[in-house]
Design a protein around this ligand. Structure first.
Ligand code: FE2
Ligand code: FE2
Length: 286
């Protein structure tokens, strides 16, 4: 099955029925570029995607019945379908990472607990502002991945590469949905920017803590020289360099909208590469 470019409505978002099969024996322990800290950090991020995506879905779903714009209503359905599939596929990958010794199940439980507390304590609109901010993170990282060959080289050549490219593509595709729902529900600029500040603080603390806890279980991390070298190398990653923080910071500009960074040409190119006749993902579509 191949996919045609969208015609009538440019911003149609549709969930794709897709399933990956991860090979059982072929992964090296430090699968991410043979790098100690990077492998643990990526495993932690993969572990927190499913509970994060569950939270995004809950916070957008809360307002679904109040959306009057039919196009946005349809986009929300597409957004929910895409995030559900991402969560399912990441959980499958996380099971493999758990088998390899990465504590992804504990990370999933911990983050599920944190988001459940956020649900209890904060208003629906503030929760939606967190979702919009986190969606800016995922879209920014996704667009860096889709544009920077250096970033793509870090993905290796396994099934994980294809899976992350697909996830990145859909994150860029639906990057405005949570934001537009937030605005349509009367969400203001102050809450939006504060949402981003809080999310950034939580995200940085969470990734550092989660990666550290994961490293404690890895004997290779007890070699201090290897550990320090590996940690210092992170500075050069395209995902956390100056450009990335500048793009994240854009969000705090008054009047910002996710489509200020036009992704139409990028999506068009990757649509052919992933879902075209010779597309890398075409065999996985069901
Ligand atoms: Fe996602
Ligand atoms: Fe998303």
């Amino acid at each position: 099955m191949t996919e045609n470019p969208p015609t009538r409505r440019e911003r149609t978002i549709k969930p794709r029925r897709i399933r990956f099969r991860y090979p059982v024996e072929t992964y090296r322990h430090h699968y991410a570029n043979d790098d100690l800290v990077l492998s643990h950090a990526v495993a932690f991020l993969s572990a927190v995607f499913p509970p994060g995506e569950d939270f995004f879905i809950r916070s957008v779903k809360h307002y679904r019945a109040d959306i009057t714009d039919p196009e946005l209503f349809d986009q929300v359905a597409g957004f929910i379908g895409q995030e559900l599939t991402h969560g399912r596929e990441h959980r499958e990958l996380n099971d493999r990472l758990q088998d390899m010794g990465y504590p992804t199940h504990n990370a999933d439980r911990a983050v599920t607990w944190v988001f459940a507390r956020i649900d209890q304590l904060l208003s629906p609109l503030t929760r939606l502002s967190f979702t919009a901010a986190l969606e800016h993170y995922t879209a920014t990282v996704a667009e860096i991945l889709l544009t920077d060959p250096k970033a793509q080289a870090l993905l290796g050549e396994t099934e994980v590469r294809t899976m992350l490219l697909w996830h990145a593509y859909e994150e860029s595709e639906h990057k405005s949905v949570a934001f537009d729902v937030y605005r349509a529900m009367g969400g203001g600029e102050r809450r939006r920017v504060w949402g981003m500040r809080l999310v950034t603080a939580g995200f940085i603390i969470g990734v550092i803590l989660g990666t550290a806890v994961s490293l404690v279980r890895d004997r290779a991390a007890y070699n201090p020289i290897r550990l320090i070298r590996s940690a210092l190398k992170l500075r050069h990653l395209p995902f956390i360099d100056r450009r990335m923080w500048r793009l994240i910071g854009e969000y705090n500009r008054p009047g910002f909208h996710p489509t200020d960074t036009d992704n139409a040409a990028l999506l068009e190119r990757w649509r052919t590469e992933l879902f075209g006749e010779q597309g890398a993902l075409t065999p996985y579509l069901r």
